[in-house]
Design a protein around this ligand. Structure first.
Ligand SMILES: Nc1ncnc2c1ncn2[C@@H]1O[C@H](COP(=O)(O)OP(=O)(O)OP(=O)(O)O)[C@@H](O)[C@H]1O
Ligand SMILES: [Mg+2]
Length: 266
């Protein structure tokens, strides 16, 4: 049955989309069916990182009363993309009920995908929180800077207090090594646990990586390169995927992707 994973950060430009895209490819390479929802409406760019051109009709299909399948893009990497594209301005101003309708609409993919990865917008807007709170697993991307810690804390606090989110995984991006990542995680966790009743799990780190940056410029995800699985970054993404799937699940109280999971599991 389908599981949803939301990628969030609070602060912009810390690597959410890079993580979302490469995590999607790793899960696909492990044999799962993967859908990537680019919920960064208005400034969507997962398709750019994946080197895909979207049909001009996908934005309309996402919004209209049409089956979600009409908005899907089958990418060259085996991952299915659900994105309105970078000009989807109508998606930017979704009202709360429209956003919830969209989450409900995605539920129709429950039988055709194993993992739904949701790339969320920076900030702690209602839109980001809705997508975060609707996910089975939440991966917070943090870099070792006070601004990133504060913005990640802001989104964690809002998700916890407004939506009852408790279990969140963390990846430290652009870390020198595992020891530095652990130090940053401990610092962040100390702030969070002082004020919030949450459970954080460090699922891995990524190095500062020229190949990762170049892959964006080349519009070819790093994990699609031959031999990527053996690279430092590839092994890091593999560890992140495995630990994330073992980490405790978020049990959201409100609307969620794949509501049917509860019935099936129950
Ligand atoms: N580990 C890394 N090493 C080097 N560069 C990185 C790394 N992670 C991300 N980057 C670079 O940082 C920039 C921002 O990355 P990305 O778009 O994934 O961030 P984002 O959090 O999705 O941004 P936004 O908030 O704008 O959506 C890109 O140029 C990307 O190549
Ligand atoms: Mg992004």
């Amino acid at each position: 049955m389908a599981q949803s994973i939301a990628i969030a950060s609070g602060k912009g430009g810390v690597g959410k989309t890079s993580v979302a895209v490469n995590l999607a490819l790793v899960l696909r390479q492990l044999g799962s069916r993967v859908t990537l929802l680019d919920a960064d409406f208005g400034t969507a760019n997962a398709h750019i990182l994946m080197g895909e051109n979207l049909r001009p009709t996908v934005e309309k299909s996402l919004l209209a009363d049409e089956p979600v399948q009409k908005a899907l893009t089958q990418t060259a990497h085996g991952v299915t993309l659900l994105s309105g594209g970078s000009t989807a301005l109508d998606l930017l101003d979704l009202k709360n009920h429209e956003r919830l309708q969209l989450i409900r609409k995605v539920e129709a993919l429950g039988d055709e995908t194993d993992y739904l990865i949701v790339d969320t917008p920076a900030g702690a807007s209602d839109a980001t929180l809705a997508f975060v709170a609707a996910a089975d697993r939440i991966l917070l991307v943090v870099v070792g800077e006070p601004t990133s810690f504060m913005d990640a804390y802001t989104i964690l606090k809002a998700a916890h207090l407004e939506h009852g989110v408790r279990s969140v995984s963390v990846v430290i991006n652009m870390a020198r090594d595992a020891a530095e990542a652990r130090r940053h995680f401990d610092q962040f966790q100390a702030i969070a646990l002082r004020f919030l009743d949450v459970e954080l799990t460090l699922v891995g780190h990524l190095p500062m990586s020229l190949p990762l940056r170049r892959s964006v410029v080349a519009r070819r995800p790093l994990m699609s390169n031959p031999g990527a699985a053996q690279s430092i970054e590839g092994q890091a993404f593999m560890t992140i995927a495995q630990k994330l799937l073992q980490a405790p699940k978020n049990v959201p109280s409100g609307i969620r992707f794949f509501l049917d999971n509860e019935k099936k599991e129950g």
